[in-house]
Structure formats: C-alpha cells, structure tokens
Design a protein around this ligand. Structure first.
Ligand SMILES: *Cc1c(COP(=O)(O)O)cnc(C)c1O
Length: 218
C-alpha cells in the first residue's frame, strides 16, 4: 500500500483529540513528501543531524518533533526550528535546551520522558526523579522551555496486559501532574507506536508516534 493510503487509513481511525506524528527516521525525502502531499505536517525524527538536513530541504510549514534520545552537545543544531522535543530526561539536558532556545529568542516545548518499561535499556525518569526535577530551583528559573506533557515507551512484548499496565501507569502520572496546574499548557501525553498505539489510545494517549505502519519497515 502507498504511504498516502496508509496515512489516510491511520489518520481516519484516530479520534480528533489524538495527534499523529509521522515517524520518518531513515526514510528518504520523497517518502516524506508523499506524506506531506497527503496532508501530513508533523514529522518525527530520532537523529538531530538527519532532522536538520530534512528541515533545510523541505517545506517550512512542517513541525519537526525530536523523538529520540538527545545528546546535550547536539541541541544547538535543532534549537532554531524544532517544534517539540519528546525525550527530555534530565535537568542538564533541559538547561541546555533552555540556553539554546534563549539564543534563538524562542520558547521550546518539551515532553519529559518517563521510564515505564520493564527493560533497563529504555531512557526516562522515574517518578521520584520527575518530582525532584520539577521542584528544583534550576527548573523554576528556566524561562525558555515549556513542559507541555509526558512521553513514554512500553516494553517491547506481545503481552497486551503488560503494555496496558505500563501505559495506564504513565497516564496516572500525567493526570496527577495536570491536576497540580503549575505547568502551563500541560496537555500532551505521547505514547503509542505502530505496534501498540491502539492500546495507548485506550489508555489515554493524546499523541501517537507511528513510523513503519505509514512508511513501511526500516
Ligand atoms: C522509531 C520510533 C517510533 C516509531 O516506531 P514504529 O514502530 O515504526 O511505529 C516511535 N517512537 C520512538 C521513540 C521511536 O524511536
């Protein structure tokens, strides 16, 4: 099936309050343009250099989301244009994003990545680290970043109950933070990929990151 067909099928199956990020990592620009021509405007990449190259060559009304792990020393290459950074998992990284955003006279929207999977290898903060970060003076003083939500990845498994448990856990953390109302614009819960986005939406996801079901296997 064509990229446009895949995209339309997925897009029309999503409720209005769920935003689709088309994950285009490793895919060539003609593939992205096919999605663009079918109406897609939000693209997700996991390497800063690759995202910057695509940003330069593609239409300027695209919103670029960084969904991968971010190295502090590379933030400067995306600070001018990135629209949302999903994988923020340390105060040090947040400080660098704040610094580079200030240099570009911007406020950069970020999601804090929470560790919900069983696997050791997935990045993210635990609940205690999240509380410590949000309560810190350093965090409160940053004026050029905005925490607009949370992001998480479930364990890579066929066990639907486990995936559900992990996504529900993230949703409960999200609800607790939103109810505190100290974070302005806190509204995005980024969870769900090709293999598990339906479960993620059942559990309250407002943003799904889908790659292979749109663009094919990588
Ligand atoms: C690659 C990637 C996705 C998309 O994965 P698919 O299984 O291709 O849909 C989503 N989120 C993150 C963080 C990724 O790195």
């Amino acid at each position: 099936m064509s990229i446009a067909t895949n995209l339309n099928t997925i897009q029309s199956s999503l409720a209005e309050n769920v935003t689709l990020v088309a994950v285009s990592k490793t895919k060539p620009i003609p593939d992205l343009m096919e999605a663009y021509d079918a109406g897609q405007r939000i693209f997700g990449e996991n390497k800063i250099q690759e995202m910057a190259e695509k940003w330069e060559l593609m239409p300027k009304d695209i919103q670029w989301h960084m969904i991968g792990h971010v190295q502090t020393n590379k933030v400067k290459f995306m600070a001018q244009f990135v629209s949302l950074i999903h994988g923020v998992d340390s105060l040090k990284l947040l400080q660098e994003i704040n610094k580079q955003a200030l240099k570009n006279s911007r406020v950069i929207d970020c999601l804090l990545q929470i560790h919900i999977a069983e696997e050791e290898t997935k990045f993210g903060l635990d609940e205690n680290e999240l509380d410590v970060l949000l309560a810190s003076n350093e965090f409160q003083q940053m004026k050029n970043i905005r925490i607009v939500g949370l992001m998480g990845m479930a364990t890579f498994t066929d066990n639907k109950e486990q995936i559900k448990k992990e996504f529900s856990h993230l949703k409960s953390i999200f609800d607790k933070l939103r109810d505190r109302e100290t974070l302005q614009g806190f509204s995005i819960l980024s969870m769900g990929m090709s293999g598990d986005y339906q479960i993620a939406i059942e559990c309250g996801s407002t943003m799904v990151r889908i790659g292979s079901s749109i663009f094919g296997t990588r």
